[in-house]
Design a protein around this ligand. Structure first.
Ligand code: NAP
Ligand code: MG
Length: 480
């Protein structure tokens, strides 16, 4: 069993209280993985202080030199990909293939932002005054707090931390419970790549206890959060008095529309991947499949067959298609919503039960005859539960897709280009896919939701990250 530590000011340290909490494998509940420091506000203040002390030197370090450290970290993480992926599967439960893909993605993110170190300059503007140079420069914000969820425990920290660092900010990073070890693997790669002390600080413990100090400290100039809508909105209110910059990416209840002319096999395969893959624990998971009447019965038969066929088990077993829910609490939430769906009159077609025993396992679950007004069709479950909503035509499908408070990702399965583009224009979602799963994102393009899925302030990833992690200064130089 491992004894993990915080990383503050370049040193591996305990929480000031000495308290620790245990983490275990969701696929083998009796298997204890290790203990992590249980930090409080005092530890947060210590980490923020270290980040503040490190800031001026790091900000003054040339961006290409900062990028070189990111590149080194990407190489180290890539060399550790297999062991990091195995640890992630033990910690979070996703299959080893899913963990490998995620660590690989974190490697790519670091590589992308390493290159951005060469491209982060400002702009020169035409001046209306003779003899004047008018230009802008990008400056880092200062200390930023990064708060992440457990479901992509290395990719999300990577897509926040990499741009924060390359643009010259210093970071206090708090991973979620059930995601600490994966977050630590990223921090370890940075530490080993030679990041100066205090530039990246890692503190573990309960968000409910540490949150206020992370968000409302006047030293913190930016907060980047990914997680649930209730926690995100709470954080937003706490950041207001400081007028600090806030980025929130939150829940989803993402639609996949399947039209009559869709490639049936592809639609079934991608619906299963989007809705049951990652045990449904993706913010971009498809939990509402809006299917046109002409194809609905054949589509349902296909998806039902996959739900019955998929092997549920320990993600380390190569035969496993779907790992466990991350925790007892998440499993209970999944089962509760399955009850709610049945009591609302939706028709349970496949799955619906927990099991096999020994882990927080749940069957891939399919409901038919779901109506948009049901809680089953409105609230984020974050489990492998797919609702089928039947519609007459594309306009009705778009209306149903948009009848919700969330707007993260959406996809359509069709061979008709006109319909595909009409959907892409009309659907209220920050990410739209055509003949692709609702999940999966490019590292070099902006990402973020609409409506209650986001604070709607700044996008993440790709060139959009520059906007959040820098402030612009405009400079007028009269040399005439
Ligand atoms: P969560 O419960 O909201 O927690 C997210 C993070 O916030 C965790 O690190 C958590 O720490 C911390 N936290 C909890 N209470 C806090 C507080 N009062 N102040 C500050 N921080 C606090 O979300 P989760 O259960 O980890 O993740 C699942 C959610 O994330 C889903 O809603 C999913 O849709 C969303 N998500 C969104 C995206 C996206 O990009 N839109 C991507 C992935 C996931 P503890 O773990 O210690 O409580
Ligand atoms: Mg949580």
């Amino acid at each position: 069993m491992d004894h993990f530590m915080n990383f503050i000011n370049g040193e591996w340290v305990e929480a000031l209280s000495g308290d620790r909490s245990m983490t275990h494998n969701p696929a083998r509940i009796s298997e204890e993985l290790g203990t992590f420091p249980k930090c409080s506000a005092q530890d947060v203040e210590r980490a923020i202080g270290a980040a503040q002390d490190a800031f001026s030197t790091w900000a003054a370090t040339p961006a290409p030199a900062r990028g070189a450290i990111l590149l080194k970290a990407s190489q180290l993480l890539e060399a550790r990909l297999q062991e990091t992926a195995q640890a992630m599967t033990r910690e979070e439960g996703k299959t080893l293939a899913e963990s490998r893909a995620e660590v690989g993605r974190a490697v790519e993110i670091l590589r992308f932002f390493a290159g951005e170190g060469w491209r982060s300059g400002g702009a020169v503007y035409p001046s209306s005054v003779a003899g004047e140079l008018l230009y802008s420069r990008r400056e880092p914000l200062g200390v930023v707090s990064i708060i992440t969820p457990w479901n992509f425990p290395i990719a999300i920290p990577a897509w926040k931390i990499a741009p924060a660092l390359v643009y010259g900010n210093t970071v206090v990073f708090k991973p979620a419970g059930h995601g600490e070890q994966s977050g630590l693997a990223l921090v370890q790669a940075f530490a080993d790549a030679g990041l100066p002390p205090g530039v990246l600080n890692f503190i573990t413990g309960p968000g409910s206890v540490m949150g206020q100090a992370l968000v409302s400290s006047p030293t913190v100039k930016g907060v980047s959060f990914t997680g649930s809508h209730p926690v995100g909105t709470h954080i937003y209110t706490q950041a207001i008095p400081n007028l600090s910059r806030v980025q929130l990416e939150m829940g989803g209840k993402n639609p996949m529309v399947v039209l009559d002319d869709a490639d049936l096999d592809l639609a079934v395969t991608l619906a299963a991947r989007s809705g049951f893959g990652l045990t449904g624990q993706a913010c971009t998971a498809a939990s509402r499949i809006i299917v046109q009447n002409g194809i609905a019965d054949r589509f349902r038969t296909g998806l039902e067959a996959i739900a019955r066929k998929w092997v549920i088990g320990d993600g380390l077993d190569p035969a496993t298609n779907m790992g466990p829910a991350v925790s007892q609490a998440q499993l209970e939430t999944d089962l509760e919503y399955i009850q709610v769906g049945q009591s609302e009159g939706a028709r349970l077609v496949a799955g619906g039960a927990a099991g096999p025993e020994g882990g927080y396992f749940i069957q891939p679950t399919l409901f038919d005859e779901v109506h948009v007004g049901m809680r089953l069709a409105q609230e984020e479950i974050f489990g492998p539960v797919i609702c089928l909503i039947r519609v007459e035509n594309l306009d009705e499908a778009i209306e149903r897709a948009n009848s919700i408070s969330f707007g993260l990702s959406a996809s359509i399965m069709t061979r008709d280009l006109h319909k595909a583009f009409h959907f892409a224009n009309a659907v209220e979602a920050g990410v739209v896919k055509v003949n692709e799963p609702t999940t999966g994102l490019a590292v070099n393009a902006p990402f973020g939701g609409f409506k209650n899925s986001s604070a709607n302030t700044f996008k993440e990833q790709g060139p959009a990250a520059l906007e959040f992690y820098t402030r612009q200064k405009t400079i007028y130089v009269n040399h005439g």
